[in-house]
Design a protein around this ligand. Structure first.
Ligand code: ADP
Ligand code: MG
Length: 213
C-alpha cells in the first residue's frame, strides 16, 4: 500500500498528498475536544490541541510537501510535526514520518512499504523507550503494522484501527504522564492511541478512495 503505489503520475501523487493531509487535518479538528477530554482523564488535557496545531502546520505546508518526492516529503512532514505538536507525542509522530521517509528513500518499491513501516514503528518505540502493552500510541502502531505485514487490504486496516485504540482502555499506563496514575489509568482510552487510530484510519480511507491496494 501507500502513496507511491496509488497515483499514475507526479500530478496525481501531489494531489493525493494534499488530500491526505487535508483529511487528517479535518479529522483531528473534528476530534480535538474528544482527544483533550481523553488526555484530561489521564494526562494534562492538551493532546487534541497539540495534534490540531501539528496538522494545521502540516496543512499550511501541503503544497510544498506535495511538490517533493514522497520520501523527502515524509521527512519534511515529520520535522514539521516534531516542531508543531510538541509534548510527548510530537517527537513520536515526527519520528514515525521521518523514518518512513528514510526507509522509502532506501526501499522505494511499494511492495516493501510494510517493512519500511515496521522499521519506522520500531524507531518510534526506541524514541519513546516504550513497548506495546504500555498504553500508548504504540498499541495502535504495532498491531496496525502487523496487519499490514500480513497483507491486509487498506479497507480492512481502516476498520481495525479503532479496535486497537479501544484495547488501551484496559491497560495500565507505563509511559508518559498517564503512568503517574498507575492503576487509576485503567478504564480510560489512551489519547495518543486514539489520535493514532483516527489518523491511520483516515490515511487508509483516502488511499483506498484513490485506488491504492
Ligand atoms: P504530553 O503528555 O507531553 O502532554 P500529549 O498529550 O500530546 O503530550 O501526548 C500524550 C500521548 O503521547 C500519550 O497518550 C501516549 O500515547 C504518547 N506517549 C507519551 N509518552 C510516550 C512514550 N514514552 N512512548 C510512546 N508513547 C508515548
Ligand atoms: Mg498531554
Amino acid at each position: 500500500m501507500i502513496l507511491v503505489r496509488a497515483p499514475n503520475s507526479a500530478i496525481d501523487q501531489a494531489a493525493l498528498i494534499c488530500r491526505v493531509i487535508e483529511a487528517c487535518r479535518n479529522v483531528v479538528a473534528e476530534h480535538e475536544t474528544h482527544l483533550c477530554d481523553l488526555d484530561r482523564a489521564i494526562g494534562d488535557g492538551d493532546h487534541g490541541t497539540n495534534m490540531r496545531r501539528g496538522l494545521e502546520a502540516l496543512a499550511a505546508e501541503s503544497r510544498q510537501l506535495a511538490a517533493m518526492p514522497v520520501s523527502e516529503a515524509m521527512i519534511a512532514a515529520g520535522t514539521i510535526l516534531v516542531m508543531s505538536i510538541g509534548g510527548a507525542a510530537g517527537p513520536l509522530y515526527g519520528t514515525l514520518l521521518m523514518e518512513i521517509g528514510k526507509g522509502l528513500a532506501a526501499e522505494p518499491l511499494p511492495a516493501k512499504f510494510p517493512d519500511v513501516f515496521q522499521q519506522a514503528v520500531a524507531a518510534v518505540a526506541r524514541r519513546g523507550k516504550s513497548s506495546p502493552g504500555e498504553k500508548t500510541l504504540l498499541d495502535v502502531l504495532y498491531p496496525f503494522s502487523a496487519a499490514m505485514i500480513r497483507g491486509a487490504p487498506l479497507q480492512h486496516l481502516a476498520e481495525k484501527a479503532q479496535g486497537f485504540a479501544d484495547r488501551t482502555i484496559d491497560m495500565k499506563a507505563m509511559r508518559g504522564r498517564a503512568s503517574f496514575l498507575g492503576e487509576r489509568s485503567v478504564g480510560h482510552m489512551d489519547p495518543g492511541a486514539a489520535s493514532c487510530a483516527l489518523l491511520c484510519q483516515t490515511v487508509c480511507r483516502e488511499l483506498a478512495q484513490a485506488g491504492a491496494a
